[in-house]
Design a protein. Sequence first.
Length: 385
Amino acid sequence: MTKRLSAQIEFLKCADRLKSVNRANFLLNQSRPENAAEHSWQLALWALVMQPLASEQVNINRVIRMLLLHDLVEIIVGDHPIHLQTGWQAVERSEKAAAAELFGLLPDDQASECLALWQEFESDETPDAKFAKYLDRCQPMFQVLCAPNSMEEHCKIVRENLNTGRAAYLKTEFPLAFDAARSLLEGIPLAPNPFSDRLPFLTESDALKSVYRASRLLNDERFENSAEHSWHIMLYAWILSEHAFPEVSIDRVLKMLLLHDVVEIDAGDHPIHGQVDHAAQEAEEKAAAKRLFGLLPDDQNAEFHDLWREFEAAESPDAQFAKAIDRFQAPVGNLETGGGSWKDYNVTYAQIEQRVGTPVQRGAPGLWAWLQPQLDNYFATAANI
């Protein structure tokens, strides 16, 4: 089991590199290019939010998993913007080799599962893959069209994409999205419908990419943001799901982790090792949840609110495993980078045991059994330096 878990962790650490793969499109606030990890998180959010528009044949849980891993190959091959001249057959060959290499880091059964799901997405033939592809076509366009000050060059790319590019088929395949994009391009107010009614929340969610955490990327180039963190711990929860108790629903856990930090758009991030007024933080986060989820139709507002509150309460088996994963990821990163945020906050082993060990042991004791000896070694070594 230790060897298997170590292989899983190596894959998850490798996945951190997706946060450094920049895409052609920019954040809504135009501050920087979007990276492939936060793009993957937002696509998963699009899937959950747009689920009511999917056909009955679509399994949204499989769609979310497809979107979590669909761009992992870009760690090796990079991003290829659709508007540039590209040898797509060569890209396809490179991506297939990259998928085999990356998923090959996992134990054989998980490698096969992830590779098959990635291949299904690429083939774009099943109902799940088709819906995932619709969303992958939509998100970059609406990130341009819903920005307060879109770049003229980016709007031109969207127009060409809708007219003759990869998104043109949405006119018949996903007409509500196509019509909304057309209206925004022409400056026409959107007609209320099940698609346009969900755009305000998805537009607002882009701001999570500008909320930075205390932890750094494994390459130490910058601080991690809350959107890419949410993507990464969803991947953690999926890959490490065998360490959950039998009654845990991983699909519900993934949805909790998808939504759990959305409130930080208003309330900000509060490092677990920092000095925090917990009562004030709780009040800010409740107000944020009310405002942000309130942008959605009533049924999804209630559903998402309930999932968020369940995660915060950490009383159900699903929430306890989600909390365990949320606490587990940062120490893995800090161990990889020689201490990371522990040095910034002068964290002691006793603090780690209380703030990390307690929730991880409650939700995933096997993960704590793997982590604790490494923490012992790190803090013993640090004490002698």
